[in-house]
Design a binder for this molecule. Structure first.
Ligand SMILES: *Cc1c(COP(=O)(O)O)cnc(C)c1O
Length: 412
């Protein structure tokens, strides 16, 4: 079936008992078994069955199946947040002494995980500019165990050449992780460009309404775990084949770290997915129109939207995302004072830290999301003091534009 159909029907056919057509919320911690032997068999994976919701839950499995189908993968594990997804992948693959190569423009929380938290466990990270793909090859050393990029970095709005980075990682026989949060499977299926593992913060466009935090890990099936450099996963692959990485997570890392989603949140993600194809198109259309409006506005100093023809990444956007530039853009008003004044003057548009909401949101990244980084680090991450980040919603474009227009007028 086509993606728009999978978004509505994927992972769930019907509820057997009463015929409920929405996925039931299995709000339960545990699952009762008739006999002691039955439960013992479930623990030993001799018979399939749910045991405990920290390991698996039927509502969450419906979400995992739908995401697997949408991403064209072989399996998925849903998590309590995007950060839990990324942390589980990295902790599932790396050990003390290992090394990560990641894009400079990735989400600030991921940078902090790599640079602060994982460093405490002996894992080091080199961040590289995605504009020149050779940077990845140069940064790889014999300790490098994975490469991590986002489809569109934010707030730099830089776009890696995903296929070219995949080739580099495959030459080094290490897995290539792609965070597809801001593009979703409706703009790109990273599996087709060589990604081995796709991660999501489902809190953003997939949920779509700012109502729940969640994440997901999808194994695309591209990486050959039997021939990989990870001993424990290679051993597992003798028994479970290509599902070895997900089995390793499910039965060890994910189980032990405890980053499972609440069943109700999985339900909210399933519901969000149903309208994602329509919403994503509207986000992209509104973002492009707003970028063009700001580009033509005499008082806006600069605009950065990868979907503009003037963007350095326009070609990659055409090639990888079918020409859709996503729902995020940044623009500048010359200094921080004006950025603050502009944000305070907005009436419809909200000042919030999240993105991918149906509502249009703005934030001043330098004083919020990136406040813990020095000015030099902020610059390297593409954050300037006059920058306003916009997550463009699905409201009528005229209303968004009018609010921006009146707020810019009040700023000067
Ligand atoms: C928000 C975000 C994350 C982290 O997700 P949470 O659900 O907030 O934990 C990771 N990557 C990207 C690209 C994000 O936007």
């Amino acid at each position: 079936m086509k993606a728009d159909t999978l978004a509505v029907h994927g992972g769930f056919a019907e509820e057997a008992l009463f015929g409920a057509s929405a996925v039931p919320v299995y709000q339960t911690v545990s699952y009762a078994y008739k006999t002691a032997q039955d439960l013992a068999d479930a623990f030993e994976s001799k018979t399939p069955g749910y045991i405990y919701t920290r390991i698996a839950n039927p509502t969450t499995v419906a979400l995992e199946t739908r995401l697997t189908e949408l991403e064209g993968g072989i399996g998925c594990i849903a998590t309590s947040s995007g950060m839990a997804a990324i942390a589980s992948v990295v902790m599932g693959l790396l050990r003390a002494g290992d090394h990560i190569v990641a894009a400079t423009g990735i989400f600030g929380g991921t940078v902090s995980l790599f640079k602060n938290t994982l460093r405490r466990f002996g894992i080091n990270t080199t961040l590289v500019d995605v504009a020149d793909t050779n940077n990845f090859e140069k940064a790889i050393n014999h300790k490098t165990k994975l490469i991590f990029v986002e489809t569109i970095g934010n707030p730099r709005m830089d776009v890696p050449d995903i296929r070219a980075v995949a080739e580099i990682t495959h030459k080094a026989n290490i897995p290539f992780i792609v965070d597809n949060t801001v593009t979703t499977p409706f703009l790109i299926k990273p599996v087709d460009f060589g990604a081995d593992i796709v991660v999501h913060s489902t809190s953003k466009f997939i949920n779509g309404h700012g109502t729940a935090i969640g994440g997901a890990i999808i194994d695309t099936g591209n990486y050959n775990w039997k021939k990989g450099t990870f001993d424990d996963i290679r051993k597992l692959s003798d028994r479970v084949g290509q599902l070895a990485f997900l089995a390793h997570l499910r039965n060890l890392i994910y189980r032990d770290l405890g980053g499972c989603p609440a069943p109700m949140n999985s339900f909210l993600m399933l519901q969000g997915l149903e309208t994602l194809p329509c919403r994503m198109l509207k986000h992209c259309e509104n973002a492009k129109r707003l970028a063009e409006f700001l580009q033509a506005h005499p008082k806006a100093y600069w605009v950065n939207y990868p979907g503009l023809l003037s963007s350095d990444f326009s070609e990659r956007v055409t090639e990888q995302f079918g020409g859709y530039g996503g729902g995020l853009l940044t623009f500048g008003l010359g200094n921080k004072q004006r950025a603050f004044k502009f944000i305070d003057a907005l009436r419809l548009v909200k000042n919030q830290a999240n993105l991918g909401d149906a509502k249009t949101l703005v934030i001043h990244p330098a004083s919020t999301l990136f406040h813990e980084f020095t000015i030099n680090k902020q610059r390297a991450m593409g954050v300037t003091e006059d920058m306003v980040r916009i997550s463009v919603g699905i409201e009528d474009f005229e209303d968004i534009r009018n609010d921006f227009a009146q707020a810019i007028e009040k700023t000067f």
